[in-house]
Ligand binder design. Structure first.
Ligand code: 4AD
Ligand code: MG
Length: 464
């Protein structure tokens, strides 16, 4: 089927006779002697206005063609005399590829709620909003690769099946081929455990982060990044948490926390600029219908310096704010979304990187600061979303790392290979994880993570 995408037809600089276009009918309007069909093929937001005149061979094929039908039309691309579009397609011939029953097809021309559209996630890519969201998602992924390539980072793939819990948060999905779910309570130690009979001979999980393996790769390749799916069995039913989400995790050798902050800030600015340049029309849709002011906000993000503030100071700002938070803050307490949003939306009115968190609320691998109390951690917070990036400089000193692992009640032997990286040619290094869905929420103004993932997985939801 030799067809031209509608996005390319609409970009034509001269009339083009004899073109073929395919797509789904968004609307049909009948007039005396002709029919208007708005055709969309997903290549862009704009529909191709097609006109079928009575008497053409296409006319007979119009029978039963309604919203949702898929067509292949042949005709001439001509300048449109009507308002609202530069080009229109005068149709001569038409093949109906598939009809859509007007009684049952759920996507009739009207606005549907996000909640309803989630129940038809298989059809929502055919709506303006979701088409735009998933095109932006695609462009953002390309911009991420483009950014890292420009900075000499190698793209690496880390395993999805893992035996270790990188974040130590215990929110992992178990993977097993055993016929019955084993009772782990009955066998607390890994040796002689029920998992001896399992596929890997030990307990296996879905990864929550590729970081530990990315560190090994960075301490050989210098600069690497991963971009892949991660899994967390979080029961928190929030608009910002999914059980399956994509993470971008750069890791750089010979880098410190300062380099890490700069990398995260530049990455965000790069992707935002790319989207503003490449996804004009799609951004306009979100600016108009989903998050008024989005374009201005994104332009602001692309151009400005981000704020950096130590955790200790952030806590002081929150305490002095006079606001009553649901969760009171004090040193040693993790920041909640309400605090993060206050800092970015009300206090600084800018993205903020909070750094040097108390060690008690952060993972074992973060580098201990000289005060013995805080670690070289960073969270980059953005308006409306809160935490977009979490990362740190890594503990590169073998003895400090070992005692941190013990402090947290874990066994250094379980991390033998991770500790080897410190035993042999250790080097300062740093990295972070950026939640890709949260980035898409930032770029589109979409407020619920379920609407930036084509087929979201959250607690109690595994349809499609
Ligand atoms: O802050 P997190 O937990 O950091 C790590 O996993 C580190 N190992 C990353 C690293 O240093 N290489 O997660 C990183 C980011 C968060 O800032 C957030 O944007 C996103 O991942 N994230 C989630 N996104 C969607 N749903 C969830 N359940 C998420 N949990 C984290
Ligand atoms: Mg985090």
């Amino acid at each position: 089927m030799r067809r031209t995408s509608i996005v390319d037809l609409l970009a034509a600089d001269a009339p083009r006779p004899g073109v073929t276009a395919c797509g789904w009918v968004r609307t049909r309007r009948d007039s005396k002697g002709f029919v208007f069909l708005e055709l969309n093929d997903g290549s862009c937001l704009t529909n191709m206005q097609c006109i079928v005149d009575e008497g053409t061979p296409a006319w007979a094929a119009l029978e039963g063609v309604n919203t949702g039908a898929s067509l292949c039309v042949r005709g001439d691309l001509v300048e449109s005399p009507g308002k609202g579009q530069k080009w229109e397609l005068r149709v001569h011939g038409m093949d109906v590829l598939g009809l859509a029953d007007a009684e049952t097809f759920p996507l009739q021309k009207k606005r549907h709620s996000d909640e309803f559209l989630r129940t038809i996630a298989h059809l929502r890519p055919r709506t303006n909003k979701y088409g735009a969201a998933f095109r932006i998602r695609s462009e953002a992924a390309l911009a991420v690769h483009d950014f890292f390539r420009g900075r000499g980072f190698s793209y690496v793939q880390t395993p999805i099946l893992t035996g270790s819990d990188c974040e130590g948060a215990g929110e992992m999905f178990r993977v097993t081929t055993l016929p019955a779910v084993p009772d782990t309570g009955a066998a607390p130690s890994p040796s002689g455990s029920v998992f001896d009979r399992d596929f890997f001979g030990r307990e296996a999980k879905l990864t929550v982060s590729g970081q530990l393996e990315a560190e090994a790769l960075a301490l050989g390749l210098g600069r690497v990044y991963t971009f892949g799916p991660t899994f967390r069995a979080e029961h928190s039913n929030t608009p910002r948490h999914a059980a399956e989400f994509w993470m971008i995790e750069p890791e750089a050798a010979f880098a410190d926390l300062e380099d890490n902050m700069e990398l995260g800030e530049s990455l965000i600015r790069h992707v935002v600029r790319h989207i503003l340049e490449r996804c004009e029309a799609d951004v306009s849709l979100f600016d108009k219908f989903v998050a008024p002011g989005l374009r201005g906000d994104l332009m602001g993000l692309a151009g400005r310096d981000f704020v950096r503030v130590p955790y200790r100071e952030a806590v002081k700002i929150l305490k002095d704010s006079g606001k009553t938070f649901e969760y009171p803050v004090s040193f040693g307490v993790d920041l909640q979304t309400e605090h993060e949003r206050f800092l970015t939306e009300e206090h600084f009115k800018a993205p903020v990187t909070v750094y040097d968190y108390p060690k008690s609320i952060k993972a074992f691998y973060m580098r201990l600061n000289d005060d013995g109390e805080t670690v070289a951690a960073m969270d980059l917070l953005v308006p409306r979303i809160g935490e977009l990036i979490g990362g740190s400089q890594r503990e590169e000193r073998l003895n400090v790392l070992e005692s941190r692992i013990r402090e947290l009640g874990q066994r250094p032997e379980d991390y033998w290979w991770y500790l080897d990286l410190r035993r042999y040619g250790t080097a300062p290094h740093a990295g972070f994880g950026m939640g890709f869905e949260r980035l898409i929420m930032l770029l589109t103004g979409i407020a619920n993570i379920r609407d930036v993932l084509p087929f979201p997985r959250t607690t109690g939801s595994l349809e499609f």
